[in-house]
Design a protein around this ligand. Structure first.
Ligand code: AMP
Ligand code: MG
Length: 348
């Protein structure tokens, strides 16, 4: 081919490429990305990232999500004496107590996770959690008798749910519900749903480090990239996860624990022994929904590494990344977890 012909051809090809690029960019809708900043909810901080066709839609989506947080906190907080859960705890032994559909749905799901985890996850741990909370406030460890007394009031099989009337009843006196291991996950899923319904094409909802991401990610990233906190060091990320339409929840003793007589106690308790969970310092679950990830992270913290890993391996589409308390520099993963681990250097 003659030099001049080749030049003409090259110019034609590159011209065509530029035109194609211009058309493609012109057709690509311009999206806005909004960082909501932090909102206080459920005893921790929530943050949303929203990808939407325009600013007004993104702002509307954040507003809708915040309304969801407020509604769920009002229903499910056990710190608030006026919440529905507090009312259930006061009255449900005496009579069936009617609850909102949101609360009922969470209770039904919680019982399913109790069954699945053979009782490791149990929202009737209220009396034991209260005991450990008092211990934290007074800096005095509970006595074995106190632990046994509180433990005797625990048991998901004593929770009576009536789906027809959406009522809750306790079969044992002194029972108390604590939704701290599942409510955040539920709120995250509902907030993400509200963001999508408001017209967003992508988003991430984070409450206290548990999160879900969906749809279009930020910038040119093909996935949502999420830093996984190192349990041994604040502000340090252990690894990054690349996620699409997935939720992540982390449970562990690295953020919330009590030190009594020089020993560290987790805020997660074993419903059978009423003791604080000990073997795992961090349990991360990746799952399709935040409620699933939240409940399973709490369950695996109680089950410990062997039983916990075995349980997660049996559940489709769910993976785990665990760190044992006595080997903080190693992590254990389920067979499919590598799919989500992003191999770029971690920047802090
Ligand atoms: P998370 O941070 O999701 O693991 O939830 C921990 C919270 O769940 C605790 O602060 C308690 O309120 C509650 N909790 C503790 N132990 C259990 C358990 N075995 N099953 C269900 N919830 C629990
Ligand atoms: Mg949880």
């Amino acid at each position: 081919m003659k030099q001049s012909t080749r030049n003409i051809l090259l110019q034609a090809v590159s011209g065509l490429m530029i035109i194609t690029l211009l058309i493609w960019q012109g057709k690509r809708p311009r999206l806005v990305e909004l960082d909501s900043g932090y909102y206080q909810t459920m005893g921790t901080l929530a943050r949303m990232l929203v990808v939407a066709p325009d600013k007004a839609t993104a702002e509307q989506a954040v507003k809708a999500a915040v309304a969801v947080f407020d509604r769920i906190e009002t229903l499910m907080s056990d710190y608030d004496p006026d919440s529905q859960i507090s009312e259930v705890n006061r009255r449900a032994f005496a009579e069936p107590v009617a609850v909102d559909a949101d609360v009922f749905d969470v209770l039904v799901a919680a019982v399913e996770y109790s069954r699945l985890s053979d009782g490791a996850f149990d929202i009737t741990v209220g009396p034991v959690v209260q005991l450990w909370r008092t211990a934290r406030n007074t800096a005095v460890a509970p006595t074995p008798e106190q632990i046994a007394d509180a433990g005797a009031k625990v048991g998901w099989r004593h929770l009576i749910l009536d789906p027809e009337h959406k009522t809750v009843r306790f079969a044992l006196e002194g029972m108390a519900l604590d939704l701290g291991g599942i409510a955040k996950g539920y709120a995250i899923d509902k907030a993400a749903e509200a963001i999508r319904q408001a017209g967003a094409v992508g988003g991430m909802v984070d409450i206290g480090g548990d999160l879900v991401c969906f749809g279009r990610s930020l910038g040119q990233n093909p996935h949502w990239l999420i830093g996984l906190q190192d349990p041994a060091a604040d502000e340090k990320h252990l690894m990054r996860l690349a996620l699409d339409d997935r939720a992540v929840a982390t449970s562990g003793d690295y953020r919330r624990f009590t030190i009594l007589n020089g020993q560290k106690y987790s805020h997660i308790v074993n419903p059978v022994t009423a003791d604080a969970a000990a073997d795992l310092s961090s349990v991360t679950i990746i799952a399709p929904t935040a409620m699933q990830a939240d409940a399973l992270a709490t369950a695996v913290s109680v089950l410990g590494p062997e039983k916990g890993m075995a349980l997660i391996e049996t559940i489709d589409d769910v993976e785990a990344i665990l760190i044992r308390s006595n080997t903080p520099n190693e992590y254990l993963t389920t067979s499919g977890a590598f799919r989500y681990i992003h191999n770029t250097p971690v920047t802090h």
